[in-house]
Design a protein around this ligand. Sequence first.
Ligand code: ADP
Length: 396
Amino acid sequence: MKVLVINCGSSSLKFQLIDSDSEKAVAKGLCERIGIDKSRIAYTPAGGEKEIKEIEMPTHSEAIKAVIEALTNNETGVISELSEVGAVGHRVVHGGEYFNKSVVIDEDVIAKIEECNDLAPLHNPANIIGIRACMEAMPGTVNVAVFDTAFHQTMPRESYLYAIPKRYYDEYKIRRYGFHGTSHSFVSKRTSEILGKDYEDVKTIVCHLGNGASICAVENGKSVDTSMGLTPLEGVVMGTRSGDVDPEIVKTIAKKDGVTVDEALNVLNKQSGVFGVSQVSSDFRDIDAAIAQGNDDAVAAMEVFVHSVVKYVGAYAAAMNGVDCIAFTAGVGENNPGVRARVCEKLGYLGITINQEANKVMGEEREISTPDSKVKVWVVPTNEELAIARETLELL
Ligand code: ADP
């Protein structure tokens, strides 16, 4: 069977068609500028050339139609008819406290996702539009929602409650939710398999370091703490997000720059992090290049980033009273040996030693710690689309 995995943003739609037997993508692509002029679809069949077509896509409905057209196209399509798509798995960003696992979508589920719109105003409405567009284009096909927040619903109260007046949680559900749950779950499970340990019997810290970054403490198969909070702004330093700051900074920026709270938060979300400190780029490849040229602001950005990751790993090792394995994943975690080496060097007190030769690995599953390292350190590539496809199949 084939599962169509859909990840809708406000003006974009990423897709992959995954074959359940081989667990490989048979085609993938991206619709961009939905609702804007010059909208286009990029489509790549496995082993084939990427093709880009400009198609008018005023809404996500046209985008879904363009995806279906690409997948069933006589020349470059990978399926002969739409009925070969057995189910659709949707990435949904926020499931609030309603969802602690993936669910088959019906009207009640859509209503609950809608109730979480306030918690993810940029993402959840787009996710619902994508779901409705699929229901319309493929009536009778099962749609499954896989939530970024669900894996973290196992966090104990001490991890998810903010120390603010209780009524904010009671009335508005202001609490830590955490994100990247599909990735943290996928990577931590895979890590226990690699170690040959029972998932229920291992303490892992997953460092999902991409443009967005979060760290998760996984104990006995459950997320027990994670660095992102009510929104993805909290936690470690990221590409353009500040991560943890003193909340008073928002007021100070608003006052000094004469801007609104929303505009000040925009600074923390879009102009901060590694980009903000370096004034070079949010991309670590550019930071590495600037460091090589002696740019001190780029050096500072790297130091601030590494320091924040090291602090979270240390905090989670303490919170779990130990750690068996650290897994690096996502764009930077998988592909940047320099970042991994700098982080691990500062974790020597945990008994971690790195094999510098093995650490040169990029984008491949590999142990990078030495045989005598007390804590195992692995690079474990994430695959959120495959995780979504697996969850979807499980519910069929
Ligand atoms: P997102 O949060 O947008 O999914 P990614 O996981 O793609 O982000 O991570 C983006 C980061 O990963 C960039 O800073 C980039 O430097 C790094 N990265 C991605 N691919 C590579 C690669 N092949 N080589 C080196 N760095 C990479």
